[in-house]
Every structure is written in C-alpha cells, then in structure tokens.
Design a protein. Structure first.
Length: 100
C-alpha cells in the first residue's frame, strides 16, 4: 500500500517533469535531429532507451554525451556538443530514458 502510494506520487511528479523536459529539448534544438519514435539525423529516443536503459550508469553517460557530443555509437553521423549546462544535460538524459 505504502509502495503504491509512493509510486503514484512519483509518477505524478514525473509527468510534470517530463513536460518541462520536452520543452527544454525543444528549446535546445534536440528535436531537430531526434524524434521520440523515428530516426531523423540521430536515433529515436525510443531506440536510445531500448539500447541504454539496462546499462549501469546510463543516465550519467548519456548526460555527458548530450553535453560533449557522441560518435560511433549509432552509425557514421556524430552528434555535435550541445549548448546545455550539466544540470540541463542530466535532466535531458533522464527524460530521454523515459521513452519506452
Ligand atoms: C545535429 C543533430 C543532433 C542534435 C542537435 C542533437 N543530437 Fe543527439 N544524436 C545525434 C546523432 C547523429 C546521434 C548518434 C551519435 C553516435 O552515433 O554516437 C545522437 C545521439 C544521441 C544520444 C544517444 C547517445 C548514445 O550513446 O546512445 C542521446 C541521448 C542524444 N543524442 C540526446 C540528444 C539531446 C538531449 C539533444 C539536445 C540537447 C541532442 N541529442 C541534440 C544528433 C543530434
């Protein structure tokens, strides 16, 4: 029972945060190259979640890549560094991994 309430609380908090993060992704031009469920220039957020969600430290690793760029993980096209703070990168990494 306690657990159920905790879960409901968390998911309520989470949906608010998810919305703010979607706005952040838009503001930071992530959506120019990424869509939730199809490849554009970069992989879809669903594909990223499918590949990364089970990995230890995935959130921190993705946050670093969001900030500094990424290459040779998904194909020939690299992701350039993005103009985000560490905090924004962490928020976006967490948000990307909510795409199931
Ligand atoms: C210019 C296009 C472009 C922009 C803008 C862009 N990305 Fe990417 N992104 C890519 C490409 C291409 C890859 C695949 C890189 C690779 O193969 O390592 C990628 C990979 C990723 C990955 C997966 C890395 C991995 O190792 O699995 C994440 C997470 C990600 N991007 C998030 C973001 C976020 C959040 C933003 C906005 C701050 C963003 N991207 C902006 C093109 C872009």
């Amino acid at each position: 029972m306690k657990l159920t309430l905790a879960l409901i609380g968390t998911s309520l908090l989470f949906s608010g945060a998810a919305m703010a993060s979607a706005d952040l992704a838009k503001a930071k031009n992530c959506l120019t190259c990424h869509a939730p469920d199809k490849k554009i220039v970069g992989p879809s957020y669903k594909d990223i979640t499918a590949k990364r969600a089970g990995e230890k430290g995935a959130e921190a690793a993705l946050a670093a890549k969001i900030k500094n760029g990424s290459k040779n993980e998904w194909g020939q096209v690299p992701m350039p560094p993005n103009n985000v703070t560490d905090g924004e990168a962490a928020t976006l990494a967490k948000w990307v991994l909510t795409h199931k």
